[in-house]
Design a binder for this molecule. Structure first.
Ligand code: ADP
Ligand code: MG
Length: 264
């Protein structure tokens, strides 16, 4: 586990981060600081640019402008695979699992970039490769159980899991990469209130037990206000407000941004 207890150094920092798609500026000059060990939330109406922001933080998109630092290291334009090895893992708004693969294989695929064995070693099945595979399987099982997936489900095809289980499988896959920073894009989407309450506790557990820094995009305001140390609000690509949950809830600019958006 990449536990780093030092405080006050931001784990992640974005300066003037911008993403343009043709004529559309999906994220517009956003400054953002994430403190190590925090649970922070990114909220805002649909289309605000939240997922695009995540996609830049996780190397899926290269920013059109601006700079990103992870632990004071410039990671602007660093690939998604590389960022996983640097300790950034995520889940997706639209669940991205290999439906016809087993639960455990979905986790193993995600761990692949962490394994040291090279291709030649893999082809020859050298002792190192065999050992790494065994260790990886044990690790995958550990994280599946940690994320609350029953052992009896490990060899089930991913598509046969319930929606809530699939979301937890995605989290297990992210945890198996041993991140320092976990980004969750709408982790409770499609969950019932009981599942949402469980997930809320689980996210707190990730921070308290694993010392993870967690950044989430979330529409469930009860969850956001309950667990966030800090909330950042986006609308139309811009950061419009930021602060602790109370400050943000009472910010007239935030209230206005949500008015007239009947889908929120
Ligand atoms: N790959 C893309 N190509 C073109 N437009 C995109 C792309 N991804 C997102 N957008 C647009 O950027 C805006 C922000 O989208 P998104 O980041 O998904 O918002 P949110 O997650 O806050 O709902 C939307 O107008 C969306 O249509
Ligand atoms: Mg989104």
């Amino acid at each position: 586990m990449n536990v780093n207890a030092s405080n006050n150094i931001p784990i992640l920092e974005a300066q003037q981060l911008t993403m343009r798609f043709g004529g559309l500026t999906a994220v517009n000059q956003v400054d953002f600081i994430l403190e190590r060990g925090a649970i922070a939330s990114l909220i805002g109406p649909n289309g605000a640019g939240k997922t695009t922001f995540f996609n830049m933080l996780t190397g899926i998109y290269t920013p059109s402008a601006g700079t990103l630092w992870l632990n004071n290291r410039d990671i602007t334009g660093t690939s998604a695979d590389k960022l996983v090895t640097l300790g950034v893992a995520r889940t997706f708004q639209n669940i991205r699992l290999f439906n016809n693969m087993s639960v455990i294989d979905n986790v193993l695929v995600g761990m692949h970039s962490r394994l040291k064995a090279n291709l030649v070693g893999a082809l020859l099945r050298s002792p190192q490769v065999v050992r790494e595979e065994l260790e990886a399987r044990e690790k995958a099982k550990y994280w599946l159980e940690y994320a609350g997936i029953a052992k009896s489900r490990f060899f089930e095809m991913a598509k046969n899991l319930s929606y809530g289980e699939q979301r937890r499988l995605e989290i297990a896959r992210a945890l198996a990469c041993e991140p320092q920073l976990l980004l969750l894009d709408e982790p409770t989407a499609g969950m019932n209130p009981a599942e949402t309450a469980n997930l809320t506790k689980f996210i707190q557990q990730l921070r308290d037990e694993l010392k993870l820094t967690v950044l989430l995009i979330e529409h469930d305001m009860k969850l956001v206000m309950e667990i966030s140390d800090r909330v950042t609000v986006m609308a139309s690509g811009r950061k419009i407000s930021e602060g602790n949950p109370i400050q943000v809830q009472n910010d007239p600019i935030v209230i206005e941004a949500y008015l007239g958006k009947d889908d929120e």
